[in-house]
Design a protein around this ligand. Structure first.
Ligand code: SF4
Ligand code: SF4
Length: 201
């Protein structure tokens, strides 16, 4: 019959429309279907129902722990009165080497006696070129570079605003523990294990 496909399509749209309201009512007592981890997991999974348009930027979905955007540099938590903690980065250069689009620049630091300082003097990432692959974080032997959850980085400036320098990139380890608690705990356990093995030698 002519038009059956159109009717079927309209029927599916109508079903999703109704399911959206049913879903809203179902999650009402649990804090709403947009704003908690359990709801997000269900909506992004195969069991998700309804029309899931989000009125961004008024409404924002929480991102899962595995989400990754441009990288940031991990530092110790800053001491009271200090803006930045000690860098974890040793300026070994591995991340810059493995970065596929080559958007990381590092200037190694030097001690007053001219020997290399295991901290970067300057560190830049061009976020317009970064493709968010996460290889830098995968390869860093010191857990010093991690993928951030902050995706609201758009600006009208096409020049320096999109080249993140060391000050812009540096974030304390407490931030990483906040956005990726499972991975941060796992990495900390591995570091502790490695440290205790080293001590025993
Ligand atoms: S791989 Fe890690 S320690 Fe080496 S330069 Fe990159 S961020 Fe720093
Ligand atoms: S996420 Fe990928 S593209 Fe971006 S800086 Fe790291 S390695 Fe380079």
């Amino acid at each position: 019959m002519y038009g059956l496909g159109i009717l079927k399509g309209l029927g599916i749209t109508m079903r999703h429309f109704v399911e959206s309201y049913v879903d809203d009512i179902r999650w009402l007592s649990k804090g709403g279907r947009y704003y908690n981890d359990a709801a997000l997991e269900e909506r992004q999974g195969l069991q998700g129902t309804g029309i899931i348009t989000v009125q961004y930027p008024e409404e924002k979905l929480p991102v899962p722990e595995r989400f990754r955007f441009v990288p940031f540099l991990v530092t110790d938590n800053p001491a009271p009165g200090q803006m930045y903690g000690k860098d974890w980065c040793t300026s070994c250069g591995i991340c810059a080497k493995v970065c596929p689009p080559q958007c990381i620049w590092i200037k190694r630091g030097k001690l007053p006696n001219g020997r290399p300082n295991p901290e970067p003097e300057e560190f830049y990432i061009d976020i317009d070129i970064c493709m968010n692959c996460g290889l830098c974080a995968e390869f860093c032997p010191f857990d010093a570079i991690k993928m951030d959850h902050d995706y609201e980085l758009a600006s009208y400036d096409r020049t320096t605003a999109h080249i993140h320098d060391k000050a812009r990139l540096s974030k304390p380890i407490s931030y990483w523990r906040e956005i990726a608690p499972t991975r941060a705990a796992h990495e900390a356990a591995l570091r502790d294990e490695a440290a205790s093995k080293k001590k025993k030698k």
